[in-house]
Design a protein around this ligand. Structure first.
Ligand code: PHE
Length: 486
């Protein structure tokens, strides 16, 4: 028998827990910064409303209606779409391999906050002392054992949290969802009272309409929405399949999506206010004060922590604990979804699957703990999000919109929900999202043929990008072909 959530609250919290994660505090600000700050918010909002929320409703409906994990639920539309379910989970696997490393950094920074080890130059500390970053992804260099240790601790924590499946998850999330908000608000208050903060906030909040013509900003907006809401991973489908039969869908989808976006938006105030402070100190414009990229949160937040009027150590510890609690329920949602899917199809033992999953993912993760780790992380992150998740999103829309009676899915969702959705939803799923995301996807492929991502050597781009995607397609196919055990 399927385990059910013990209450609507624990489902909503678990689904929010999966959505809200490092994506809000770590990924959102740097993607936003790289896209020019205020240029990003409008596309982000459009992507949230026209693709994020509609797809959240779709994933919930599919999981609930077909009462199965992602491969089974998508396979119920048409047998072949089962591959999409496996591919989605594998893309999620690709993401969680580096995601756990970023959590490992958090473990390290938790230790560093005891004596504020990062000092004044948080950027130099991160690159030179902590990562000891090499010159290029091809100069791999040795494993940094502190980071590796953080990675191992992370995986132990993930496996421990899901030991008994949804029952434990329902309890852990009370702690991993509610505490972070309190801490975040303290940081926003300190951030916005720093000298120069206003300049940073202006950069963050002033819309730049000319940037709306740049397809890259839209591409990143869509992929960030997918990443942040945990859409296209097969996770929300699986979580919804655990819901009791009479649960609400539409209301929950709005609640989770809006809570997620709000968390990212609020966190942005702290980060961008700090960038304004840097600009004030260095005389450089906000757009140039830090090297943009995955290190942004690890540069700005330590600065805020050091500048708190009192209790820096306490808040430093709390902040990195918060990041860990935020990250952990996202990470385990993926393991949970992967495990549930494998168990559903092959009748494997839960503990075996969980441990196997953790060992493989942690093993792969070691590449990101080397001196070249940040480069590989950047490449894999880019490909998983902009190619992997978006591809899943488009095909899922096509599957539900064109190979199934989309109206019946909408009626199903409406029949369960406090408030209902209209034909606009069918339009978003059938036409708007596939056309817009499909076009962005193709433009991006053409761009990548012209030049490698981020100027990395072609071979690194190939290994970290196309090869990984290719492997996932093949493994997805194999899992699909393998006989179901009854
Ligand atoms: N939604 C998560 C976040 O924003 C991303 C994620 C989901 C990462 C599932 C790993 C696994 O952090």
């Amino acid at each position: 028998m399927k385990e059910l959530w013990q209450s609507r609250t624990s489902f909503v919290l678990a689904s929010i827990g999966s959505a809200i994660g490092l994506g809000n505090i770590w990924r959102f600000p740097y993607v936003c910064y790289e896209c020019g700050g205020g240029a990003f918010l409008i596309p982000f909002l459009v992507a949230l409303l026209t693709a994020g929320i509609p797809l959240m409703i779709l994933e919930y409906s599919l999981g609930h209606k077909f009462a199965g994990c992602a491969p089974l639920a998508l396979g119920s539309i048409k047998k072949g779409f089962e591959i999409l379910g496996w591919f989605a989970l594998l893309v999620g696997f690709g993401i969680v391999t580096y995601y756990a490393v970023v959590m490992g950094w958090c473990f390290n920074y938790l230790g560093f906050s005891l004596n504020l080890a990062w000092g004044e130059n948080t950027q130099a500390f991160f690159f030179d002392q902590f990562l000891k970053i090499s010159e290029s992804p091809l100069q791999i260099g040795s494993v940094q054992w502190l980071i590796a240790l953080g990675l191992i601790l992370t995986w132990i924590a993930i496996v421990a949290s899901i030991w008994r499946g949804a029952k434990t998850v329902g309890k852990v999330v009370y702690f991993t969802v509610l505490i972070p908000w309190v801490i975040l608000i303290v940081f926003v208050i300190r951030g916005v009272t720093l000298p120069g903060a206003l300049e940073g906030l202006r950069f963050y909040l002033t819309p730049d309409f000319s940037a709306l013509l740049n397809y890259r900003v839209w591409l990143h907006a869509y992929s960030q929405v997918f990443f942040s809401l945990t859409i296209g991973f097969g996770v929300q489908i699986t979580y919804a399949s655990f819901l009791p039969r009479d649960s609400d869908i539409v209301n929950n989808a709005f609640l989770v999506s809006l809570a997620d976006a709000a968390t990212a938006f609020v966190g942005g105030f702290a980060v961008f206010a700090t960038l304004g402070y840097y600009s004030f100190q260095s005389g450089l414009p906000v757009s140039e004060v830090v090297k943009s990229g995955p290190q942004l949160a690890f540069v700005t937040y330590p600065t805020i922590i050091r500048l708190l009027p009192f209790g820096s150590v306490v808040f430093g510890v709390l902040f990195f604990l918060m990041l860990l609690t935020l990250g952990i329920d996202s990470a385990f949602s993926l393991v949970e979804a992967g495990a549930a899917s494998l168990i559903e199809k092959f009748k494997l033992k839960r503990t075996h699957v969980n441990i196997g999953f953790a060992l493989i993912a942690a093993g792969v993760g070691f590449i990101y703990t080397t001196k070249s780790g940040l480069y590989w992380l950047d490449i894999v992150d880019y490909f998983m999000n902009n190619f992997g998740l978006l591809l899943v999103g488009v095909i899922m829309c096509i599957a539900a919109g064109w190979f199934y009676n989309i109206k019946s899915i909408r009626e199903y969702a409406n029949g369960k929900s406090d408030f209902t959705i209209g034909a606009w939803w069918d339009f978003c799923i059938r036409i708007l999202t596939p056309v817009v995301v499909g076009a962005l996807f193709i433009t991006n492929v053409i761009d990548r043929i012209k030049a490698s991502y981020g100027g990395y050597p072609r071979i690194a781009e190939f290994i970290g990008g196309w090869l990984v995607i290719g492997i996932f397609v093949v493994v997805g196919l194999l899992l699909f072909k393998k006989k179901r055990r009854t």
